[in-house]
Design a protein. Structure first.
Length: 246
């Protein structure tokens, strides 16, 4: 029943290690391992996406299994490596993955790619193909889009309300905001997601958003989910995360 979860990492390995230390401490207190679900957006914006990838690929040395979901930024990174002209259908047509707002350049720089403005996209792509290890591409290829337990479903962005879980579109699972964030209906399962950065994790009743803005320098706060009950993990222990009253 128990799952640990943490939101968008965005190239911050130190924050990731701190979050895993809090999870390990909680596991030690309970005396039992449990799966750890990473909600996607491993890469972009932060300074060390490659280090994050290396850490997650290496996997856990103890405790329960790690489940790593695919976020929209991870998909854009992987898509660029195959075809720099291909467009993610969820991305605003005004942008490309290399736009300053998205953080793709920071990801490539973490692999040692020269992303200077004077270089063409073709030059950047050719160097990226040479520098990003095949093992990283294979890892990204195999990331699932969701994970579920008996009473919760874990996904990067959210669900299309009213659509069965098995029929959800990948673009919605990685990108959805409109029609989702303002939908108050119960979805049958508690939905634990990231993608939409907040000042801190928040429980909305039918869903829990764990993207506390680590991509913008705010803390990466892990949570533990037991059934539909949620606690944030802090150095002092568990803190209940509940919907606002009223």
């Amino acid at each position: 029943m128990r799952r640990y979860a943490l939101g968008d990492i965005h190239g911050h390995p130190d924050a990731l290690r701190r979050a895993h230390a809090l999870i390990a401490a909680d596991m030690a207190r309970t005396g039992e391992p449990a799966p750890v679900v990473h909600l996607g957006d491993l890469t972009d914006r932060g300074p060390a996406s490659r280090e994050v990838m290396d850490y997650l690929i290496a996997g856990p040395k103890q405790g329960g299994p790690w489940i790593v979901l695919r976020g929209n930024h991870d998909f854009m990174f992987r898509l660029f490596l195959d075809d720099p002209t291909a467009r993610d259908p969820g991305l605003n047509p005004a942008y490309t993955w290399l736009h300053d707002r998205l953080g793709g350049r920071e990801t490539l720089a973490s692999y040692g790619v020269d992303v200077s403005d004077h270089r063409s996209v073709a030059e950047v792509w050719a160097e990226a193909r040479a520098r990003v290890p095949l093992s990283h591409r294979v890892f990204l290829d195999n990331l699932p889009l969701l994970h579920r337990s008996e009473q919760a479903v874990f996904v990067h962005a959210g669900l299309r309300p009213g659509v069965p879980l098995i029929a959800q579109e990948p673009t919605d699972l990685m990108w959805i905001r409109d029609g989702w964030l303002d939908d108050p209906r119960d979805h049958g399962l508690l939905v634990v997601h990231g993608h939409t950065a907040l000042d801190a994790p928040h429980h909305h009743g039918n869903r829990v958003n764990l993207d506390g803005g680590a991509g913008y320098g705010r803390p990466l706060v892990p949570a533990v989910v037991e059934g539909r009950d949620v606690w944030l993990l802090t150095p002092e222990g568990r803190v209940p995360l509940r919907p606002p009253e009223g």
